[in-house]
Ligand binder design. Structure first.
Ligand SMILES: *Cc1c(COP(=O)(O)O)cnc(C)c1O
Length: 450
């Protein structure tokens, strides 16, 4: 048992402890009930049924304690059930659970918007709106950009991911599992090349941006485009960090053509990459930013934040929803943001990067199946290939994932080809547990890679 490296004291022992096979008998019994009760369309990656979680561990129904290298997909950045968040949620839930902000408002919603306006890049005047999910934030950002520009076209990137609603499915690149059999999709969505340094055969960021913007000029016309929406680091596409200059050049093109430039920071935001927002690495100030995932420690909340003149271009009543900016979710967000500010969360993410990147680079020297090591902060990935080629090795990624799971480490794969192994530990991960997880990954390579 080790102590936490952060100021919080969490009762859960911070250890990897396996007392059954993974998944164990109680989890398997629950998984059988899941199959009988839950739509088969809702997949489960690792059927261990969770009873508690915190710091860097997840405890399952059989009493196994697993190391959490996924944070529920970049959500529990401040630690699962962070005690300060839990206290804020409990206090709010005892006072009132819902009024609908559009009917009778409350301070928490306004305070979350003030925090978003203060923390997002740029010191211009801003406004925010709160929603329930990342996809809903993206949809609203598109609505706002269309209302402001009175244009329709939306430009997205290859490998982009923006959600699973109809509009955002259309904006998402990958067919399986996100889009297959779910069409038709919304019109006026155009996809242009991203910068993917590992696969661009030496083309630099500005050259890739030139290819993308030339495509926009020829096939859409810059004057018809309402919004260009880009993840500063692509998440589900494979933790693709664009080559320097690409993101800024796309923002410059948008500005020159009166296009609203939207950074989808739903996965990369809220200190995940070692800065508050990943747009900061290129010095880009987006017109609008979408946020969700890391914002409220798992309570469903999302936001759109941006230039006041754009955000205020929508007619009153044009934005909203029954639950958007729910008071309990807002209380969680305020506590999570406060925790991030007081504990210098960007520095915590940077220290995870400082442990992981050298370890993974070393591993890549030993195992040429690791074609690329990339990412920032606590958003790190390795891309697996047939040694000496760019051919994706999704089978190896799956085998490593199984190895980690069976040995009590929760890991995730991703990427257009399913061959990217990604790491998203909570920022409360104790350093010895992080090292233990990496040791198990190394064993996985020794067992499964050439
Ligand atoms: C997860 C994600 C979304 C969708 O968020 P949901 O809350 O799942 O709807 C959108 N954009 C990016 C970049 C994401 O990572």
């Amino acid at each position: 048992m080790t102590s936490l490296s952060t100021p919080d004291t969490i009762a859960l022992p911070q250890e990897r402890r396996l007392v059954t096979e993974i998944p164990g008998p109680r989890s398997l019994a629950m998984q059988a009930r899941k199959t009988a009760a839950v739509s088969a369309g809702v997949g489960v990656m690792l059927p261990v049924y969770v009873e508690r979680a915190g710091g860097g561990v997840v405890i399952d129904a059989d009493g196994n304690s697993l190391i959490d290298m996924g944070s529920g997909i970049a959500v529990t950045t401040v630690g699962n059930a962070n005690p300060e968040v839990a206290a804020a949620v409990q206090a709010q839930v005892a006072n009132f659970t819902h009024t609908c902000f559009m009917v009778t408002p409350y301070a928490g919603y306004v305070e979350v918007c003030e925090a978003l306006n203060r923390l997002t890049p740029g010191d211009h005047e801003k406004r925010s709106a709160l929603l329930n999910s990342g996809a809903e934030a993206v949809e609203n950002a598109v609505k706002i950009a269309r209302a402001y520009t009175k244009r329709q076209a939306v430009v997205v990137l290859e490998h982009g991911y923006h959600g699973r609603t109809n509009l955002t499915m259309g904006m998402t690149a990958k067919n399986m599992p996100y889009k297959h059999s779910f069409g038709p999709f919304a019109p006026e969505i155009y996809r242009v090349p991203a910068s993917y340094p590992f696969r661009d055969r030496g083309l630099k960021g500005p050259e890739m941006a030139e290819i993308a913007t030339t495509r926009i000029d020829r096939e859409i016309g810059g004057g018809n485009v309402a919004a260009i929406i880009i993840e500063p680091i692509q998440g589900e596409g494979g933790f693709i960090v664009p080559d320097p200059g690409y993101f800024a050049a796309m923002a410059d093109y948008a500005r020159a053509h009166g296009i609203v430039f939207i950074a989808d920071e739903i996965q990369s935001g809220f200190c995940r990459t070692g800065s508050w927002f990943a747009s900061e690495y290129e010095g880009v100030v987006p017109d609008l930013i979408t946020t969700a995932k890391g914002i409220a420690d798992g309570m469903p909340l999302a936001g759109v934040t941006g230039r006041a003149e754009i955000m205020d271009a929508v007619h009153p009543g044009g934005l909203g929803g029954t639950y958007g900016g729910n008071p309990v979710a807002c209380a969680a967000a305020l506590a999570a943001i406060d925790w991030m500010e007081r504990n210098d969360a960007p520095a915590l993410a940077q220290s995870i990067e400082a442990t992981m990147i050298p370890f993974l680079r070393d591993l890549a020297v030993q195992f040429p199946a690791i074609g690329d090591v990339r990412g920032r902060g606590a958003m790190i990935a390795i891309e697996l290939v047939k040694p000496g080629t760019l051919d994706p090795d999704a089978e190896l990624a799956a085998a490593l994932n199984r190895h980690c799971h069976q040995n009590g480490v929760i890991t995730l794969t991703t990427g257009t080809h399913g061959n990217v192994f990604r790491f998203l530990p909570p920022l409360t991960m104790p350093a010895p547990l992080l090292e233990e997880a990496l040791g198990i990954l190394r064993q996985g390579f020794e067992a499964h890679a050439s």
